[in-house]
Design a protein around this ligand. Structure first.
Ligand code: FAD
Length: 376
């Protein structure tokens, strides 16, 4: 039961190529970030070795909601206040370009459906209105839906349709990235936990473990807070009502249906908020019960639950990713801390850190600088 819906899809074995001798870069973590980074480095001609304690996509990248959303982990209007108008606009545009990149790399793991951000009450409706106004003011595509109808009728006061967003089979996407990296010459070492950076014979080392404590980040460890999120999947349902990503209550609840009709729902961390700040990847009764009540209410009858699972993501106090050189470390880099918003950001930040190692630092590195956390 606790195998994620996504990871049940059979995976063809990866090419087993081995590098002789030292690597130019070692990448730790075989999720979307690590695979994106390894792919970019290998395609640039570097000798890359990627390690994961489990299998490719065994972490949050194979356990998530499958939403591929533009933007950061905070609403757009808040981002403008917190990081500055120009910076927010650049940040959002950058993630939009990575949705296009994901479409290119993802093949049939990616479907551009648009997403629906829903308001459950008047207060959230006002918040959405402020976000929509900010998006439109800055020239972004977004549509207002007043009192959404159909299967959403009577439940939500308003919604924003983000037309460029997409839905993923996230494990398939990441396996595809890993295969492309292997085809470009990267060595992929699954079931290999790295215990210490000293054991790695590599010029640069990238830690791409997001919320899973790697034990490798020194002072930074713990500033990317391990946070548990849980999901369930139902049996295939006869009607396809929620093909797009749907998310409400500030993103606490999220759900959509797969092409086979299965409904995947996640969230409700807030029914037991304190106990969900953990790296213990297990499902719990209070959250699973809340999820089950939610889908029963949504569908009007209790569906059969086929999968229940948990995953860990990395929460950062300022909701910005943590990407760049690890302070006071010669050859150590980090990319992670997406605060539950890591599909598009993971792909983007994996490439961002790779480009920095290749001597082409992107402007986003300033905003995502790990030093801001340890100096704060
Ligand atoms: C239930 C859930 C739902 C989510 N929904 C969404 C969503 O819909 N949209 C979205 O954008 N984001 C979502 N997220 C967040 C998103 O999944 C993550 O931010 C993203 O997958 C992080 O990718 P990553 O490659 O950085 O890390 P991960 O995919 O978590 O991979 C990290 C890997 O590092 C490995 N590792 C750790 N330590 C070591 C070590 N010492 N040695 C070797 N390997 C090590 C782990 O085994 C793991 O496989 C969700 C997260 C969860 C948990």
């Amino acid at each position: 039961m606790d195998v994620p819906y996504w990871l049940e899809e059979p995976a063809a074995p990866l090419p087993q190529g081995r590098l002789d001798g030292p690597a130019d870069a070692a990448v730790i973590g075989g999720g979307v970030t690590g695979c994106s980074c390894a792919l970019a480095l290998a395609r640039a001609g570097l000798r890359v070795r990627l390690y994961d304690a489990r299998e490719i996509a065994g972490g949050a990248s194979g356990r998530n909601g499958g939403f591929a959303l533009r933007g950061g982990a905070m609403p757009y209007d808040r981002a403008r206040e917190w990081i500055g108008a120009e910076e927010a606009r650049e940040y959002w545009r950058w993630t939009e370009s990575y949705l296009d990149r994901m479409a290119e790399l993802g093949g049939d793991a990616f479907r551009r459906t648009g997403s629906l951000r829903l308001a459950v009450d008047e207060e959230e409706r006002e918040e959405l209105r402020a976000e929509l106004d900010a998006l439109l003011e800055d020239g972004f595509d977004a549509e207002w839906i007043d009192e959404p109808g159909g299967s959403l009728s009577g439940r939500f006061t308003a919604a924003i349709l983000h037309p460029g967003d997409a839905v993923l089979q996230p494990a398939r996407l990441v396996r595809r990235l890993a295969r492309a990296a292997a085809d470009a010459g990267a060595e992929i070492r699954e079931h290999s936990r790295v215990e210490s950076i000293d054991e790695l014979d590599a010029e640069s080392v990238v830690v791409a473990t997001d919320g899973y404590p790697s034990g490798l980040l020194g002072e930074l460890e713990g500033l990317i807070v391990p946070t548990r999120a849980q999901m369930l999947a139902t049996e295939p349902l006869p009607e396809l009502l929620y093909e797009r990503p749907h998310y409400g209550r500030h993103g606490f609840d999220y759900w959509h249906q797969r092409e086979d009709g299965s409904l995947l729902a996640g969230g409700f961390r807030d029914v037991a908020l304190d106990s969900e700040f953990t790296a213990d990847e297990v499902t719990t009764e209070p959250v699973q019960d809340a999820l089950e009540r939610f889908v029963t209410d949504l569908l009007g009858s209790r569906p059969r639950i086929t999968h229940r699972w948990a995953g860990i993501f990395g929460l950062v106090l300022d909701f910005l990713p943590v990407v760049g050189r690890v302070p006071a470390q010669e050859r150590l880099w980090v990319a992670g801390g997406y605060s539950g918003h890591g599909n598009v950001l993971g792909l983007a930040c994996g490439e961002l850190v790779a480009e920095a190692i290749l001597g082409r630092p992107g402007p986003q590195l300033e905003l995502f600088d790990p030093a801001r956390l340890v100096l704060a």
